[in-house]
Design a protein around this ligand. Structure first.
Ligand SMILES: NC(=O)c1ccc[n+]([C@@H]2O[C@H](COP(=O)([O-])OP(=O)(O)OC[C@H]3O[C@@H](n4cnc5c(N)ncnc54)[C@H](O)[C@@H]3O)[C@@H](O)[C@H]2O)c1
Length: 423
């Protein structure tokens, strides 16, 4: 078969690598970003993902910004972004734009698979009518639309595009089976055939809303336990030794990335259109969105203990990325923390080894030399391995650990003020 992947980012590129590496299908990659295509052509991964960086060394991917590359494809796989605008309004424009591109080439017998995260109803209510209108073809009789939601967790050392189980549903049983068989060629995990598109779309959305709600629960507990003087970190770890019915989630300075802070809005907004108000999901979003502000408040409180104001104090913001050991700024709470600190007149220093271009200092050593207080907003290895002595030597007096990633010795020292989130 000829397979074209549209969107070669964190989802599309590892998928392209897997298909190129494990199957004998003719693979094409299409992206609107010339920068990404140039990287791929030069043999480099366009995303910060160790598995993809390894894969690209042993395969060649025929990628282009010219859509003619997809002419004659049997299967088109859509892996474009599904962001929100204004912080919460779902924006399906990239998906529609990818479908419009496909419509120029779509012919009888072909399948369009959407991997992007979409709310229940997008395939049936938007993708299918849109493709029918643009092509004059008829769903089932001429072409099929399938949904195989991606679950990849970039940077995960255990779970990747080769072993994460998948769910797939489509407009016909035959197409579901055909698409599922393609995934079975490169995935060792289960590829589960779903009854229809809507239930498949709903599956992915509940996976991520589940995470958002549980994180909101522990973030709220962190605020409550800070008042009660209870170390939430110890409590969660103890509760987690129950061998059933408890799943540990941990509080932090905020939720980032392209999925968890975004996907719940797709369900909230679609349910609203049908007259249902998702109060619980909205509250979870509100709590998680409040954590950067809470983190800055903790800094203000601890500086006050030393008679220092936020305004004018030299503060080191350690990490801009939303997750450990990768350079990914999408929806990063560090950006909100940065803005809040600047609004409060802090003399702000920034260091992230993955983003030297937006850092004010070139190394951890340099930034600590130049700062009175530290806020950890990414748990990059370099930061989690910091020692008390290192900070004392640089005269750092306050540490706000937004990721609760420093070791327990920070909790017991009286040589500097340490405050985690609920810890
Ligand atoms: N990043 C993750 O961890 C993750 C995990 C599971 C699911 N998802 C979902 O997968 C989808 C893609 O996410 P991502 O992280 O790969 O995004 P990304 O931003 O890393 O990559 C998307 C790519 O699509 C390209 N693109 C945009 N519009 C296009 C168009 N019309 N035609 C062709 N290419 C186009 C962009 O240039 C970009 O290279 C989203 O719906 C996301 O929610 C992401």
């Amino acid at each position: 078969m000829k397979i074209t992947i549209l969107g070669l980012g964190y989802v599309g590129f590892p998928l392209a690598c897997a298909i190129a590496k494990k199957t004998s299908h003719e693979l094409k990659g299409y992206d609107i970003s010339q920068k990404k295509i140039d990287l791929i052509k030069s043999g480099k991964s366009p995303v910060d993902d160790s598995q993809a960086e390894e894969d690209i060394k042993s395969i060649k991917i025929d990628a282009s910004c010219d859509d003619a590359i997809m002419d004659g494809s049997d299967i088109y796989i859509v892996c474009v972004p599904t962001p929100v605008i204004d912080g919460y309004t779902p924006n399906l424009d990239p998906v529609k734009s990818a479908l419009k591109t496909i419509s120029k080439f779509l012919k009888k017998g072909q399948i369009v698979i959407i991997e992007s995260t979409i709310n229940p109803g997008v395939c049936d209510e938007i993708a299918v009518p849109y493709l029918e209108e643009l092509t004059g073809l008829k769903i089932n009789a001429d072409f099929d639309v399938a949904h195989c939601p991606e679950r990849i967790n970039p940077g995960d050392e255990k779970w990747n595009v080769y072993n994460i189980p998948r769910n797939i549903g489509s407009t016909s049983q035959t197409a579901t089976h055909k698409a599922a068989n393609l995934y079975r060629e490169f995935i060792s995990g289960v590829v589960n055939e779903m009854p229809d598109l809507k239930t498949t779309e709903a599956t992915k959305i509940i996976e991520n809303t589940f995470r958002d709600i549980n994180i909101a629960f522990v973030n709220e507990l962190a605020k409550s336990f800070d008042v009660l003087g209870i170390n939430l970190d110890i409590v969660i770890k103890a509760a987690a030794n129950k061998p059933f019915a408890f799943m540990a989630h941990y509080p932090s300075c905020g939720v980032g990335g392209h999925c968890i802070p975004v996907d719940p809005y797709y369900l909230i907004e679609r349910a609203k259109q049908s007259g249902f108000d998702h109060k619980f999901l909205k509250l979870a979003r509100e709590i998680n969105n409040s954590m950067p502000h809470y983190t800055v408040e903790q800094l203000s409180i601890q500086l006050n203990e030393l008679g220092l104001p936020l305004k004018g104090t030299k503060v080191a913001l350690l990490g801009m990325s939303y997750k450990a050991n990768v350079g990914d700024l999408r929806e990063s709470p560090a950006i909100e923390i940065q803005n809040l600190l600047l609004q409060r007149g802090v003399s702000l220093n920034i260091f992230d080894p993955y983003f030297l271009e937006i850092s004010t200092h070139n190394s951890l050593d340099e930034i600590l030399d130049d700062s009175t207080a530290v806020v950890i907003s990414s748990n990059h290895r370099e930061f989690t391995e910091m020692k008390i002595e290192q900070l004392l030597e640089k005269n750092v007096t306050v540490v706000i650990d937004g990721k609760n990633c420093l070791n327990d010795s920070f909790m017991t020292t009286d040589k500097l003020i340490y405050k985690g989130i609920g810890r």
